[in-house]
Ligand binder design. Structure first.
Ligand code: APR
Length: 278
């Protein structure tokens, strides 16, 4: 049976889980992390994406995330983001008899900007558009308000390149508006940090208590846990796996090679084009 036939078979393909990685946003011009041109090929993740790095040089880390936020804001959601967003809205309609959840490893906010229903979207690694307090006693966390009077140096040079301003000092960085003492940090999950318990619980609950019929693994190298582990969890429960990647995979029943921004909407056409309310 082809993937298209399985997706179209509403009696068998009723619960879909999507796991999204940087490869989906590559279609919107954003860098992936690994492979050609990947962020971690050009910058050292240990200097920019760990709690120790922030402790060592919060100015360098903040400016890196200001640069990534700048790039994310310039990018636009692509047809792949929009297809998942449409699926999320479809699954809200009881007539569709479809359960759907997107687990995204991306922090670029493009799925949310594509109109993805927030109740069916888990940002496993947080978001470039949220901040949290670094003080242990303070639990302040908030969405980043782009016109916050954050230090101008967190804006990105007109060239759009990541050129850290060496004159920036921690006093210039945003501090917690609640406890007034803690430095604010990007609301993303860094290497060596656990995912938010709420997110893990919701992902586990979906996989453990719903029978996932199809998992769409989209634009991810499956190198970071626990996200990578969800594929085996679904497989071990009889779920079928479709991998959307520019590289062919032999690890799954369906390997859809190409740019996910194009291949994903095409594969989902049987669902997205289906008139449930006939
Ligand atoms: N369409 C589909 N797949 C693509 C495309 C594209 N246009 N471009 C690249 N890819 C594939 C690559 O072949 C690779 O398998 O997307 C994958 C991107 O892998 P990574 O760069 O490792 O990104 P990701 O899997 O999302 O990384 C996971 O690692 O550094 C952490 O927190 C970071 O969330 C990130 C996590």
């Amino acid at each position: 049976m082809s993937l298209t036939e399985f997706i179209a078979d509403r009696s068998r393909c009723k619960t879909i889980l999507a796991l999204v990685g940087a490869g989906l946003s590559a279609g919107s011009g954003l860098d992936t992390f690994r492979g050609a041109g990947g962020l971690w090929n050009n910058y050292n993740a240990m200097d920019l994406a760990t709690p120790d790095a922030f402790e060592r040089d919060p100015c360098l880390v903040w400016q890196f995330y200001a640069y990534r936020r700048h790039c994310a804001l310039k990018a636009k959601p692509n047809s792949g983001h929009k297809a998942l967003s449409q699926l999320s809205r479809l699954s809200l309609d009881p007539e569709s008899r479809l359960s759907f959840l997107t687990l995204t490893q991306n922090v670029d906010g493009l799925s949310a900007r594509a109109g993805h229903d927030k109740r069916a979207l888990l940002e496993l690694h947080g978001s470039l558009f949220s901040v949290k307090c670094t003080s242990f006693e303070c639990a302040y966390k908030n969405d980043f308000n782009m016109d916050d009077p954050l230090v101008p140096a967190l804006s990105v040079p007109d060239s759009g390149d990541y050129l850290p301003d060496p004159s920036l000092s921690p006093e210039d960085l945003p501090h917690c508006p609640r406890c007034k003492t803690g430095l604010l940090r990007p609301g993303v999950v860094w290497f060596g940090e656990p995912l938010p318990f709420r997110v893990i619980d919701m992902a586990d609950e979906f996989i453990m208590f719903k029978k996932v019929d199809l998992m769409l693994v989209i634009g991810t190298s499956l190198t970071v846990w626990p996200a990578a582990g969800y594929v085996d969890m679904v497989k071990s429960r009889g779920g079928r796996i479709a991998i959307f990647n520019t590289e062919t995979s032999s690890e799954c029943e369906w390997s859809v090679e190409g740019n996910a921004a194009e291949t994903l909407p095409k594969a989902l056409e049987p669902l997205l084009g289906m008139e449930y309310l006939k």
